[in-house]
Ligand binder design. Sequence first.
Ligand SMILES: [Ca+2]
Ligand SMILES: [Ca+2]
Length: 657
Amino acid sequence: MLIALTFGFVFGIRSRPAIQKTGILFARIHLLICSMIQQFLRALFCTASLFICTAKAANGFDVSRIEPSHWWIGMKNPRLQILFYGKDAGNCRISLKTGQTGVKILASAKTTNPDYLFAEIEIGKDTKPGTCTFLLENGKEKKEIAYLLKARTEMAGGAGGYNASDVLYLIMPDRFANGNPSNDSPSGYLEKCDRNKPTGRHGGDLQGIENNLDYLKNLGISTLWLNPILENNQPEFSYHGYAITDYYKVDGRFGNLEEYKRLIRKCHEKGLKMVQDMVANHIGTEHYWSKSLPDTGWIHFAGQPYTVCNFRIETISDPNASSADRMRMTDGWFDRHMADLNQKHPLLARYLIQNTLWWIAETGIDGIRMDTWPYNDKEFMSRWCREVLEEFPRFSIVGEIWVEQPSLNSYFIEGSKNQDGHQPALPSCTDFPLYFALTKGLQEKGNWDSGLIRMYQTLSQDFLFKDASRNLIFASNHDLSRFITTQGGDFRKHKQAMAMILTLRGVPQLYYGDEFALEGDGSAHANVRLDFKGGWAGDQENYFEPEKLKGRADTAFRFLRNLLQWRKTSKAAGFGNFTHYIPEDNIYVYFRKKENELVMVAVNGNSSAKSLNLSRFSELKDFPLTAREIASQKNISLPAGSLDLEAQGISVLEFRR
Ligand SMILES: [Ca+2]
Ligand SMILES: [Ca+2]
């Protein structure tokens, strides 16, 4: 039609001089001819259109992805949204083949992209486990698609959550151990293994972690947290895992789904738990959604110039923030290769929630560490938490919130009464304020407002949290400098930090290498993401054999293992009531008390030895003045009413009655 009209218009313009020269009759004849040509072109175009339609139909349609791939009967939410993706899949009608009981298709949704079809189904209580069959048809072609519905009893075990008696150990899977060199550079992946490149892939994998579970058990940690193991098929920087390109696939360089499930099963057999790192805020730009956007508004700033996030978390809770700043925080891209998802899109929101439920049900993970929490849509994240915890009430969730003030953390935490009406549902957060207090507190000389008073002041704000003992506490992670490096390489301060992390309120989290007091300046990430020595065949040293360690690495390992193994025997260290005293002379003292157990920790922030007068501490009155000194594993008596502290030393004492 458009072509025909355009041709007619062009013809008309050209014929005007002819009208003037030859008179009206000729003009009429000309117009008649024009009209005939227009009709001919119109007919030709319609025929062509019909031909194109016929050709399209003859080509049929494809369904190359179905997400989620399968589901479970007996979920508390009986509804399920299924995404069908493939050429012209969105032009199909979907129905159920007759004879299926309990399953209903409630609705189907098409989007602006004809390659997507979303179906909303209901799985009734009377549905039997097995396969149901969907029928997709577009008038010319039909396809039957089998869809598996498993019994809830077929879910992997686990999903039991962790608590303050646990200790998390963060592993960067690409950098821990290469258990299977044959998966280092599989076909179909844009980035190949190159161990000489600090920001490249090094070949570490799930098999490498599985091979070393006994090492971890012997160290004394209880829970693994792995940086994301989902596919990151990006051309570079794919090793860290935070640019996911397939929400339903383990990265082939780490292994496959079966290997991941086996790793989790083996963890559970050994009494270890597994925390999965997830990212709802953004996807890698090589994700298939980037190439074929499921709908308008699926990704923020899609097709527009790169708009980077302002990284100002405070704009979310700031009552005075401009909406422009807040929008830039939630909608801007985290990085050029990380496209920001619009979780206000209802189909995307359901997709992300179901994806989480799928991983829990399929693998039996015990918890999730959710990346870049405040960068997500906060209302969506509250819904995400509620729906996940409704299906798996014992499951643990910790959100990464990188802020210096406890108030900015608590805004996002369940139970907080926010003046703007936002009702958060996140159970726990990464305790960055405590991390900053620890780092600065040990860097500085003690004074009215510097040194270990920072610890006291930060922990005094625990009133902001419904349960601060759920906070994840740490001295380092994959994004930070190694703790000892923040302290100018002072090994005494490293030991102070490790002992505090394992005895303060909260869930302790260690980072691989903490056990050797590794150094590394985090201003370049690669410095703190080094390969674990011994994880690769041919490595000169093997730190997986701690009995062969030498020097500081050996001392650090034995110091930490000793604390970790003791912590397993102590109820007070994890669950004890926490009481602390205002630091005097830059000595910070706190207690954990649970029933017949009392743990006393005294931290000397001075570069000289000190004698601590114990008369202030009423907690000691109910306990015998003989204590177990955890570091030396010796019993000590305190009849003189004082405790000797080494320069920059820490004493962890356990009293039992
Ligand atoms: Ca490998
Ligand atoms: Ca965002």
